[in-house]
Design a protein around this ligand. Sequence first.
Ligand code: ATP
Length: 334
Amino acid sequence: MRPCGRDAQGPDRRGETSAGTVQQPGARIHAHAARLNPGGRTPEAATRRRDGGDTVTGSTIGAAPLLQVSDVNVVYRGAGWRRPTFHALHDVSLDIRAGETLGLVGESGSGKTTLGRAVLGLADVSSGSVSFDGDDITRATRRTRRALSRDIQVVFQDPYSSLNPAMTVASILAEPITAHGATRQEAAARIAELLDQIGLEPDAGRRYPREFSGGQRQRIAIARALALRPRLIVCDEPVSALDLSTQARILDLLIDIQVTTGVAYLFISHDLSVVRYISHRVAVMLDGQILESGDGDKVTSTPEHPYTQRLLLASPIPDPARQAQRRHDYANLA
Ligand SMILES: Nc1ncnc2c1ncn2[C@@H]1O[C@H](COP(=O)(O)OP(=O)(O)OP(=O)(O)O)[C@@H](O)[C@H]1O
């Protein structure tokens, strides 16, 4: 894991300093970090995330699916004489409603990124369909694709390589806005809104990515994804490269943004505790297949599939008594 913030200067409004340390002391940040542990989530987090049933505080999860992935297969074809193939996704189906977070968890190589790419229209889908608000992404015309490029955005894992180091933050944020027809004045107003939304000072726009810590850079990447007011963001391991307390603040930022904008997330991670913290529903993936899916708390605390049970057993719990209890519960697993 890459340490963050070796080369940046100055804190942002949320206390992430350039050195990757937490400027505001304490309790709140430690509470955030503790909440990342399975079983350690506080009632406050649950209340903040969900206000009973399907209602997120301040915004409501839609009734109908916004994104519908149905029986999707992706087969990678190699180059060369024999053209070896690799079947990366097998009949994958899932859906996400407006304002909802679906966590997609699985080990490295299980096909999470391939599924994210299929949702973004970047993977060649061999069969099946990916529908967004009724439009099949796999068969979209250029015009529909352009419209979809507003609606579906992405945040990648590595905030160090996903931002152009030669551009100021303002130029990075302006790019998608002006590409979709906004005037410079409109873009400037939107950039000010975005910087405020992610908790950076207005003058951050004049600076370069290298001047920010890892957490701050990921905030900038999130602002870029938000620039066109998307309805769905594919978050592909967005906190994996960050230290624990920064992870917690980025997850809270994503939750706050969801509450205020109603955006939906496909949240990809190999870390069950992270997925458990942020997701309303969770899907577990292995070898290109969804093994089980359902309510986030249920899947991550009392999973049905032996693979998810093993994943849960392997995820860290700070309390030895709870860990012992869990080991006891799953002692008879194959
Ligand atoms: N362009 C490609 N050509 C051939 N095989 C590929 C290609 N891209 C991915 N794969 C293979 O498809 C499988 C799924 O990869 P994918 O990146 O989707 O998994 P992942 O769960 O996101 O893993 P990670 O967390 O390591 O990124 C892997 O075995 C990978 O080697």
